[in-house]
Design a protein around this ligand. Structure first.
Ligand code: GLC
Length: 479
């Protein structure tokens, strides 16, 4: 008799390659694929059908049916589409009123949009041709109502929920009428969402999920600390018996300098010459002098958590006094964008700041650059330091969250990057100067680059950890 598989429905507000704004989309695009390589797991993904999902994918989708979903007093249309790709079945929840808009988030009614999505997931299961999940794995505040609805309304027997926190900073916090306005759960469950005179979706997810996970072991500990937890420390401590920290992986097929079609020359640990070509090509494209200067990059959302404040007082000085070129790719707070525009204006022959999010272009930045800055104040996991290693773009990071779990300092031995502890410009300055010093010693730098290229940041280990978590919740697949 063949063994049944554990069936996971991975609920995410974003997923590469369909619609993406950052790290969560990358994880949703790669973890389910890795899980499906395990013989005892079948993981499918469900996400909203945003206007941004391209025709290329829409044309391949199969329409599975439609129904109505109650969002308190409103009865809203829901259509369900299916697409199979790379061994994963993807479901798309269609409602043009909620999701046919520019971008993904940032609307006045985001709470209502994602309450609709979370509820639609339960209605969608009936249309999945017999796929009944053992576990719904929800991610971040946008799907935090999934475990809340399972606990308070649907109460599906044998179905468990996992809630993953990718970033505790964004919680989905609303006024105290949110339950009547758009959430709609029985009054005796109100307390699971109530928090500090309002309604907090992430709190509800943590309180009601059968298991809570976050994206690195260090962040799972930091979440109990007010410095990192944005008010959630008490709730997380109270639920720490069901909390685990599992380090994210990256998609090593998409991020592979040996085969990457998005970079001008390929390279490997055995032959790094293509990396030098990538640097020259980017310098040419950006009209920077084609020199062997150390090229440092930053590829990031430009928000306070990413540590831009630390750079502001020191970056002019570093660039002025050293043979360093600096290239940036990112968008965010206007004052940070202005700082980087100003930096470029002050150092036109050494700095290029591209104020945009462009994932194809990011491959060229990783491949061309010698080092990448990730000086985050807090970093649940961080992916750019891992992608950096993969492209021999050595990470310079602060020891926090997933950065602490993936990068070790090479100054005193066998590490893969440069690490500083204190959240201070001095600490960051020393780490950059350390990296610059090492860059001058060509043999040492080559050794470090080769070591980084060989680091394994694939999903295999972490997919096993999720598998263990799923097995613990379900008792493993039945006979
Ligand atoms: C969020 C976090 C980032 C993490 C990503 C994926 O974007 O800020 O640190 O890598 O989610 O889990």
């Amino acid at each position: 008799m063949t063994k049944k598989k554990i069936r996971i429905l991975y609920a995410s507000p974003e997923c590469v390659p369909f619609a993406n704004s950052g790290g969560l989309g990358e994880v949703a695009g790669s973890l389910p694929r890795a899980l499906n390589r395990k013989r005892d797991i079948e993981c499918r993904v469900i996400m909203p059908l945003y206007g941004a999902v391209s025709d290329e994918y829409r044309q391949k989708m199969r329409f599975l049916g439609s129904t109505k979903v109650g969002v308190t007093w409103r009865m809203q249309y829901m259509g369900l589409f299916e697409l199979r790709k790379n061994g994963v079945t993807y479901y798309f929840v269609d409602n043009e009123y909620y999701f046919k808009r520019d971008g993904l988030y940032g609307y006045y009614d985001d709470g209502e949009r994602f309450a609709f999505f979370s509820k639609a997931i339960f209605e969608a299961i009936a249309m999945m041709d017999g796929f009944v999940p053992d576990i719904i794995h929800a991610n971040d505040w946008q799907t935090a109502l999934v475990p809340v609805y399972q606990t308070s309304i649907y109460k599906r027997e044998f179905m468990k929920t996992v809630f993953s926190i990718h970033n505790v900073e964004y919680q989905g916090f609303y006024g105290d009428t949110a339950i009547e306005d758009f959430i709609g759960i029985p009054d005796n469950y109100r307390h699971v969402l109530e928090f500090k005179k309002g309604i907090n979706l992430m709190k509800g997810g943590i309180e009601t999920a059968n298991a809570v996970s976050t994206v690195s072991p260090t962040y799972s500990m930091e979440l109990k600390d007010p410095f990192f937890a944005f008010g959630m420390q008490g709730i997380i401590s109270r639920n720490s018996h069901k909390l685990s920290g599992i380090l994210n992986g990256i998609n090593t097929v998409v991020y592979n300098p040996e085969k990457d079609p998005l970079i001008p020359a390929n390279y490997s640990a055995g032959d790094l010459s293509g990396k030098a070509e990538c640097k020259k090509a980017l310098q040419k494209d950006l009209s920077l002098p084609e020199t062997d200067s150390m090229m440092i990059t930053m590829i990031s959302r430009l928000v306070p958590a990413k540590g831009v404040d630390l750079l502001v007082p020191i970056l002019d000085n570093i660039i002025e006094n050293n043979d360093i070129q600096f290239v940036l790719l990112g968008t965010g707070f206007p004052e940070y964008e202005d700082f980087f525009r100003g930096l470029e204006a002050r150092h036109p022959d050494k700095v290029r700041c591209l104020i945009k999010f462009d994932s194809a272009l990011s491959h060229r930045f990783y491949a061309a650059s010698d080092a990448i800055l990730v000086p985050s104040r807090s970093e649940p996991c961080g992916l750019t330091q891992m992608i950096g290693c993969r492209y021999a773009c050595v990470p310079i990071v602060r020891r926090t969250g997933g950065l602490a779990d993936s990068i070790t300092d090479c100054t005193l031995g066998d590490g893969n990057g440069f690490v500083f502890d204190d959240y201070s410009s001095d600490g960051l300055y020393s780490a950059i100067m350390n990296a610059y010093g090492t860059y001058q010693r060509k043999d040492d730098w080559k050794k470090l680059s080769v070591h980084d290229l060989k680091c394994d940041f694939g999903w295999s280990g972490s997919a096993n950890a999720y598998r263990e978590l799923y097995r613990a919740l379900t008792g493993g697949p039945g006979e």
